[in-house]
Design a protein around this ligand. Structure first.
Ligand SMILES: [Mg+2]
Length: 259
């Protein structure tokens, strides 16, 4: 004789996944990891401004120093920064036409490093087809509009249910506040969220501090001066972004995925 309560419970669990949302890091996770020459980006910027508008090496050095300091404060104090803040710290007016020309060259330099991993779309479609929301949470100096423009260019913006960029908050990862903001953006309970990222301190220690499960993709060549001493053990390791499907499927439904 079948216990009707068990039947009801099974039917319910089949409809309601045990994971409400999966939230993704951007650089090295949604985009494949590239090692970018951080000095060259500002040399390109300075050349874009023009030799009359600025002394090339001094300008590149000033912006590089301001950016390094902004990221260092992020790692030590958990505070965010914006591209315009960094330019102003370096003594530049972000609205000046020469600065705008420099920024156009800077964005062109960055464009090859912004492309969405070709398998992200199938992972995000699998999640949404299975009733699991898709989120994005990035430590970034770039604006929401810029990031969403990248997703739109790559045909995946419609698959994002909620996104938070540190540039629009006071914090950076691994501050708990920014993970709670990301959970709120996708309308999920933090304990029912999974976070996926490539940096152990920011993307494993951070989400676990608010009760999220963390999936680590351990293949980015993170510069030594950007690493922070800490202890964290990921709930799972994904060697490919597509591995996220099987990992989340097991947590959400107790089975394996078919993406
Ligand atoms: Mg990353």
């Amino acid at each position: 004789m079948t216990d009707p309560r068990a039947t009801s419970s099974d039917a319910s669990s089949a409809r309601t996944p045990g994971v409400q949302a999966v939230i993704f890091d951007w650089g090295g996770t949604i985009t494949p990891w590239h090692t970018v020459d951080v000095r060259e980006q500002w040399q390109v910027f300075a050349r874009g401004m023009g030799a009359i508008a600025c002394p090339l090496n001094d300008t590149a050095s000033a912006v590089l120093t301001a950016e390094d300091e902004a990221w260092r404060r992020g790692r030590t104090e958990g505070t965010s920064a914006r591209l315009d803040d960094i330019l102003q710290t370096a003594g530049l007016d972000p609205t000046h036409p020469a600065t705008q020309a420099g920024l156009a060259a800077y964005r062109e330099f960055w464009e090859p490093h912004t492309f969405t991993h070709p398998n992200i779309q199938q992972v995000w479609e699998w999640l949404r087809d299975n009733g699991i929301r898709v989120g994005v949470l990035s430590n970034t100096i770039w604006s929401r509009d810029y990031h969403r423009g990248i997703f739109e260019r790559d045909g995946v913006l419609h698959l994002v249910d909620g996104d938070v960029y540190s540039s629009e908050t006071p914090w950076v990862k691994p501050r708990p506040e920014i993970f709670l903001a990301a959970a709120a953006a996708v309308g999920a309970d933090p304990s029912a969220c999974v976070y996926v990222g490539d940096r152990s301190y920011e993307d494993v220690h951070g989400p676990q501090s608010v009760g999220m499960r963390a999936v680590w993709i351990p293949h980015s060549d993170i510069p030594a001066d950007q690493q922070v001493s800490h202890e964290a053990t990921p709930d799972a390791v994904a060697h490919e972004v597509t591995d996220v499907v099987d990992i989340v499927s097991a947590w959400a439904f107790g089975g394996t995925g078919d993406a």
